[in-house]
Ligand binder design. Structure first.
Ligand code: TRP
Length: 363
């Protein structure tokens, strides 16, 4: 089995540092390690439409934003095939065949779909069919490219499980055709779910608590300075708490010992900083200033690359067009195999035609 890394994002907003530690940073590392046969990263615009049908323009505008975020984070179109989901009609075809292999009750049991239905407040049966069935279409996204490794967050686990079930079902019915993928989760718990700057469980655009990859240094400074810390830590001498302290959570996700040497050499590492904080005598201001330096160090190269790509937007669309063409060829090959396995390749099947001719000749 070949090693095919594949993952995607819904273009419903610019990508933030939660995406970065949760997935983007890892993808760039995987890309640079080069230990794979093929790597695909795509913009899941069709999936984004499944629950944004009242605002398709939002999805359309964010396709280029996400593409810029990918490129500026360091994904290299020479090494990774970047493409747009909706431009691959083979995915719809495969989804349609997969739909015969999944029951309504199985979809209703998908925990991610369950929570998403609640979050979006779809009442009873008003849920759009496309939204309800998106795990099936996601299985097509993965298998059409023979994806075997899917770097994604914990919330995508049920999708990958459901994809594997579909693959097994398909292969059982039609013979070995498709590959079962496995999920590649973030390395640590902090990276799984970075909280918002307000300390709330998740970064989300609607809560206004995101730090975007494309934030300017000024925007970043404002956000870091207003971050949630320890509300009981009022005077510097008081002992501070780390639990739920967003500044320290972000430092867990981003700060390296090298950052200490560069920006805060009084401490060798994060453990020393934490020890001082919890003992008392260390102010939030110092920690925030350090975090700001760390984040700027990570984001500055990303900002610079973004500025370069923004100068030539037609070239970015061209990168996506080329990637999409390449991806479509792969999907078309898979679909040819799928049709052959399903024996619905009637016009290529000379045996079938001869057999039927004989049957009718003998009448
Ligand atoms: N569901 C993913 C998300 O919400 C996006 C996605 C669509 C995806 N198809 C995929 C991720 C296939 C991995 C593999 O972010």
């Amino acid at each position: 089995m070949k090693k095919v890394i594949l993952t995607g994002d819904r273009p419903t907003g610019r990508l933030h540092i939660g995406h970065y530690v949760g997935s983007l940073r890892r993808r760039v590392e995987l890309q640079n390690e080069g230990d794979y046969d093929k790597m695909f990263v795509f913009i899941a615009d069709a999936q984004a439409l499944t629950d944004n049908i009242d605002n398709p323009e939002k999805v359309r505008q964010n396709v280029i934003e996400v593409a810029l975020d990918y490129l500026s984070a360091g994904l290299d179109p020479e090494k990774v095939t970047l493409f747009i989901q909706s431009q691959i009609p083979e995915l719809c075809e495969l989804t349609f065949y997969f739909m015969d292999m999944v029951s309504v009750s199985r979809l209703q049991r998908n925990p991610t779909v369950k929570t998403e239905i609640q979050m979006r407040g779809f009442a009873g049966e008003s849920i759009p069919v496309g939204f309800f069935t998106y795990p099936i279409s996601q299985a097509a996204d993965i298998t059409a490219f023979h994806g075997t490794i899917v770097p994604a967050g914990e919330d995508q686990k049920p999708m990958i499980e459901q994809c594997c079930e579909i693959v097994r079902r398909f292969n059982n019915i039609y013979g070995e055709t498709l590959d079962e993928p496995r999920i590649l989760l973030p390395q640590s718990a902090v990276c799984c779910r970075l909280p918002g700057t307000d300390g709330k469980a998740k970064m989300s655009k609607s809560l206004g608590n995101c730090i975007y990859l494309s934030d300017t240094p000024k925007e970043l400074k404002k956000k870091v300075n207003s971050m949630y810390t320890d509300p009981e830590h009022i005077h510097i001498e008081q002992p501070g708490h780390l639990e739920g302290n967003t500044v320290f959570t972000y430092l867990d996700a981003f700060a390296t010992d090298e950052d200490f040497q560069l920006f805060l050499p009084e401490y060798a590492c994060l453990d020393e900083l934490k020890a001082h904080y919890t003992k008392g005598g260390l102010g939030d201001g110092t920690c925030k200033k350090f975090l700001l330096n760390v984040l700027n160090a990570r984001l500055e190269p990303i900002r610079q690359r973004r500025a370069e790509f923004e100068k030539d937007i037609p070239a970015v669309y061209e990168i996506l067009r080329k990637g999409t063409e390449e991806a479509r060829n792969v999907a078309a090959d898979t679909l040819a195999d799928v049709r052959r396995a399903m024996k619905i390749n009637y016009f290529e099947d000379a045996d079938l035609i001869a057999e039927q001719a004989k049957r009718f000749a003998g009448k």
